[in-house]
Design a protein around this ligand. Structure first.
Ligand SMILES: Nc1ncnc2c1ncn2[C@@H]1O[C@H](COP(=O)(O)OP(=O)(O)OP(=O)(O)O)[C@@H](O)[C@H]1O
Ligand SMILES: [Mg+2]
Length: 256
């Protein structure tokens, strides 16, 4: 199994039932991410974005509909190491070095990190952290920690990469630098990427397609193609075409 994989959700429904109260987190959500494409998922807090990722990773089960990672059930794709995930808060283990944090998914999959020394070194170079292999997370800046989390999400060479607000904690300037770096990393790895973000410009800058969700019930309201050529560079942020697409996404977010 090589090459990037498609992510497919067809009419997915998910309701959470708590003490006498139920939340329809997803209703009839259908989404197809082409192999090797970059999709951004954007929408108000609580509209079901992370739920989409959790279901696609097999961390939770849908009530209805179908989900597959290139035809394979999410739990199988995840246990085979086909998927990688990076979260908002980086969630690094403070007592483990950069290298050892990056190696963590290998242990979860019962693979021997010793066989991956070269791959880990290459990843550290890829995210620009050479020289920090033995540093502890507490000795790194926020942006460096998020790059460790991204390297960690790539250590199993996943064909599918899920990113849940990986740069949420960063300031605008650093965030744009990380957007450019993420594009480079994604282009180098050739994976299929699904990014959850609250940043409209981040979504438009990175994605081939921006998918807009609304909540109550959680659903997809619009899908907007982003045609800019790659690699995209920082000048794009200032272009008129970029602002126009930002406006289109903003209007969709406001339900217009
Ligand atoms: N384990 C759970 N039990 C009960 N309700 C849940 C659970 N997980 C999510 N929900 C509810 O489902 C809805 C969607 O949650 P989800 O985390 O997918 O939102 P989100 O779009 O990622 O929001 P945010 O942008 O704030 O991260 C919310 O109303 C949330 O309260
Ligand atoms: Mg979320």
């Amino acid at each position: 199994m090589s090459g990037p994989h498609a992510i497919a959700l067809a009419k997915v429904g998910k309701t959470y039932v708590g003490r006498g109260k139920s939340v329809e987190a997803l209703k009839d959500v259908s989404l197809f991410c082409e192999p090797g494409s970059f999709t951004a998922l954007i929408g108000p807090s609580g509209c079901g974005k992370s739920t989409v990722l959790r279901l696609a990773l097999g961390l939770d089960v849908a009530d209805s509909g179908e989900i597959s990672i290139d035809g394979i059930a999410p739990t199988k794709a995840t246990s085979a190491g086909l998927t990688g995930i990076a979260f908002q808060d980086a969630a690094l283990m403070p007592w483990r070095s950069v290298s050892s944090n990056i190696a963590l998914p290998l242990q979860v999959l019962n693979r021997n990190p010793k066989h991956y020394q070269e791959a880990i070194t290459t990843l550290i170079e890829l995210v620009g952290l050479s020289g920090f292999e033995n540093a502890l997370p507490g000795e790194l800046s926020g942006g460096m920690r998020q790059r460790v989390a991204i390297a960690r999400s790539l250590v199993t060479s996943p064909q599918v990469l899920f990113l849940d607000e990986p740069f949420g904690a960063l300031d605008q300037i650093l965030r744009r630098q990380m957007n450019i770096e993420l594009q480079r990393i994604w282009m180098d790895t050739g994976s299929t990427a699904l990014l959850v973000t609250h940043g409209i410009d981040e979504a438009v800058f990175l994605a081939d397609k921006v998918v807009v969700m609304q909540g109550n019930p959680g659903r997809i309201v619009q899908s907007i193609d982003i045609p800019f050529a790659r690699p995209r560079n920082k000048e794009l942020f200032a272009s008129a075409d970029f602002h126009q697409l930002n406006d289109t996404v903003t209007r969709a977010l406001h339900g217009e």
